[in-house]
Write a protein that binds this ligand. Sequence first.
Ligand code: AMP
Ligand code: FE
Ligand code: FE
Ligand code: ZN
Length: 289
Amino acid sequence: MKADLHLHTWCSDGTESSAEMVARAAHLGFGAVGITDHDTVEGIPEALEAGRRHGVTVVPGVEMTSRLGATELHLLLYFNPSCRPGTGWQHPDLLAELARQGARRADRVRGIARRLSELGVAVSAEEILRLAARPGREEGDPAAVGRPHVARALVAAGAASSIDDAFRRYLRRGAPAFVDKERTEVSSVLALARRIGGVSVLAHPGIARNESLPEELRRLGVDGIEAIHSRHPRAARERYLRFAMEHGLLVTGGSDCHGNLKGESLLGIVEFSGKELGRFLERVRALPC
Ligand code: AMP
Ligand code: FE
Ligand code: FE
Ligand code: ZN
């Protein structure tokens, strides 16, 4: 069986619903997927239902925006697919943390919109939040709004020629409309995961330019490392696989597909399988719930 354990839907900055994502994965022959939106679990119920329909195991997850000191890092949390309401991905402590992060994200987008208006670019916060809103979600109340939504609004308003162009001209760190976001210290996210029964995985360590992250996270008690990722060259993958083996950590793999945000979809590019997948699935299914 092959799996892709890192997927984004339109509940965060992806472009497809979680049901579409699961259906597409099923047609590509995936037996298991992880739905891991940034800072929201809003897409999970629909994904679980689509999983049952298509015979795909859906592992509920979330990609937590965190930090280690001043360094941003993404921590994937995974939960038991069969947990009851009030446990696992539906635990009130997790939902409270996600609500907090969602509010910070919305505030930050308002800050970016203010910068843009100072620059003479007429894209209002309301317009951005409206573009981010999806069916079934209250307008103006997107779960995890972020720069990709601002980028879409900039393209729609003709202020940028593409998503990449919007990031380059306005949104990347150092660009004139950049506003940083607040993050939760990773030790407290790890403590939350332990308390509510989640498996924690350091996401795409090869993207961060900080090679000491895996070791520091290991010391803090992380459960696994995403060795296999669409942006990890073979050498990075081998290095993180070795690291995981040496320290008895779980290994995961995923494409980090965001739908067709940038034109082409990454689903299908990464296939995670074998003993490591078996170990991972066994571990999440054994989580208390
Ligand atoms: P945010 O969480 O709001 O800071 O936005 C970060 C997200 O923007 C990432 O998860 C990526 O999906 C996306 N992103 C980051 N840099 C770029 C870029 N240069 N072009 C397009 N998307 C990007
Ligand atoms: Fe993203
Ligand atoms: Fe990430
Ligand atoms: Zn991601």
